[in-house]
Design a protein around this ligand. Structure first.
Ligand code: EPU
Length: 418
């Protein structure tokens, strides 16, 4: 297994391009199951999770071609399996996104129940409640969700918690259901909107994506379409923090400010200079960060996927910051590793209280999940001395060529086989 080794203390400077969004690519790939025609996706990031989703579809019988490393052509003419097996779901929970399309077009699907994961218990009860409301029969057997139905019917579905993949799964299912489906308290993330745009270009009738209420009028079938996946706002944000934490000056090409409004406000509060320029965002910093108070919330609130990265900035800030995690119950696993690097953090319930220190020191650390890995990379960039991060497969699930991008900005970072 590879390690990432970083010698900290370099100011990052220059220009870097953001890859396509992982959390948009996954549902858009799953959406190809809804039509027998070709779905062609561009700006597909080369990531572990994307490869897992493509393997899952290929295993079911979808024909996938990659004319270039960042494009994929998908054609789901006929399937020979309607299942997401345990071995795949356990490596990627987003595999559940195939269930909506399978039910809607084939009337059947079997998906291993994702268990808890390192950041929380993450149930899928809201996905299943929605499918049942649309007429599916759901059974839980031998660790699998087995779902079947005749044609799904439209329904009025109210989410008590905003769920991103839940909204996406039910929106996909509703596209081929009979009649109208209303999703209330729907997730408003840009990735939900990207999926809706693809579905609309496939012939779906969807209104309100990006708002709390999405209305979907089912159609008989969908056609093929082509779409360029939106840039990854979490990768963009991570790179902006990298500029801030190294007192650098980085232009993050393709970053879309409208996708990260609160995040940008918080960076400004921390003292970063943020300039929205043509085609991207410039982030720079010339001092120690000011303290910030943050609470993670569904979009447009501060993204939980940026919480760990922001904690590194607060760790080297001047004064006391607080970060409350309200979306997942166990997303503080990075704190112990940060403390091993000299951070001063205390946890009270779901709030981390961070007393900034002048500098972190390099250490061997272990990644526990995707965003925790990104946080440790950032900490390594800011620290004095050498940081080596093991279990980097977490990082490869969601960041394309991160060490290549950071070293082009002047970081001393390399991947070494362990
Ligand atoms: N929840 C339920 N029941 C459900 C579904 C969700 O109680 O049926 C709860 C969850 O346990 C959690 C909250 O609702 O407390 C929000 O979870 P959500 O369903 O929105 O999360 P998700 O769809 O499983 C996506 C992203 C995550 C991101 C979250 C929150 C994808 C593939 N994954 O997960 O991304 O953290 O939304 O924004 O879109 C990551 O990229 O590192 C990552 C974990």
């Amino acid at each position: 297994m590879d390690k990432i080794v970083i010698e900290g203390g370099c100011r990052l400077r220059g220009e870097v391009a953001v890859s396509g969004a992982k959390n948009a690519a996954l549902p858009l790939i799953a959406a190809s199951l809804l039509t027998e025609e070709e779905v062609f996706l561009e700006n597909v990031p080369q990531l572990g999770d994307v490869r897992t989703m493509l393997h899952l579809l290929i295993r079911m019988g979808v024909k996938a071609e990659t004319p270039d490393p960042h494009s994929v052509s998908l054609r789901a003419e006929g399937l020979n399996a309607w299942e997401a097996p345990y071995e795949m779901v356990k490596t990627m929970r987003a595999s559940i996104l195939v269930l909506g399309p399978l039910l809607a077009r084939w009337g059947r699907g079997r998906v291993s129940l994702p268990g808890g994961c390192s950041i929380g218990s993450r149930p899928i009860n809201l996905h299943l409640m929605g499918f049942e409301r649309m007429g599916a029969r759901i059974r839980l057997r031998e660790g699998y969700v087995e779902a079947e139905s005749e044609r799904l019917h439209g329904s009025h579905i109210l989410f008590d918690i905003s769920t991103v993949t839940g909204t996406e799964n039910l929106m996909m299912a509703a596209c081929l259901a009979e009649g109208e489906t209303i999703l209330e308290n729907a997730a408003r993330e840009p990735e939900v909107v990207d999926l809706a745009q693809l579905l609309i270009s496939m012939g779906a009738k969807i209104e309100g994506a990006g708002s709390r209420r999405i209305a979907i009028e089912g159609v008989k079938d969908l056609k093929g379409a082509r779409r360029r996946i939106i840039p990854d706002r979490i990768e963009a944000g991570t790179l902006m923090v990298a500029a801030g934490i190294t007192k650098g000056d980085v232009f993050v090409r393709e970053a879309i400010p409208e996708h990260m409004p609160i995040f940008i406000e918080k960076l400004k509060e921390a003292g970063l200079g943020i300039e929205i320029e043509n085609g991207g965002i410039r982030a720079r910093m010339d001092r120690r960060p000011r303290p910030v108070n943050i609470k993670t919330l569904p979009y447009p609130g501060f993204a939980t996927d940026m919480q760990a990265q922001m904690m590194v900035l607060a760790s080297v800030g001047q004064g006391r910051s607080t970060i409350s995690e309200t979306v997942f119950e166990n997303r503080f696993l990075h704190i112990n590793e940060l403390m091993r690097m000299g951070a001063n953090i205390r946890v009270e319930g779901s709030t981390a209280i961070i007393q900034g220190v002048p500098e972190l020191s390099g250490a061997p650390v272990m990644a526990t999940d995707l965003r925790a890995s990104a946080c440790l990379v950032l900490a390594g960039l800011a620290a004095q001395g050498i940081t080596s991060i093991s279990r980097v497969y977490h990082l490869d699930r969601g960041y394309e060529g991160i060490e290549r991008k950071l070293s082009a900005l002047g970081a001393r970072i390399e991947r070494v086989p362990e």
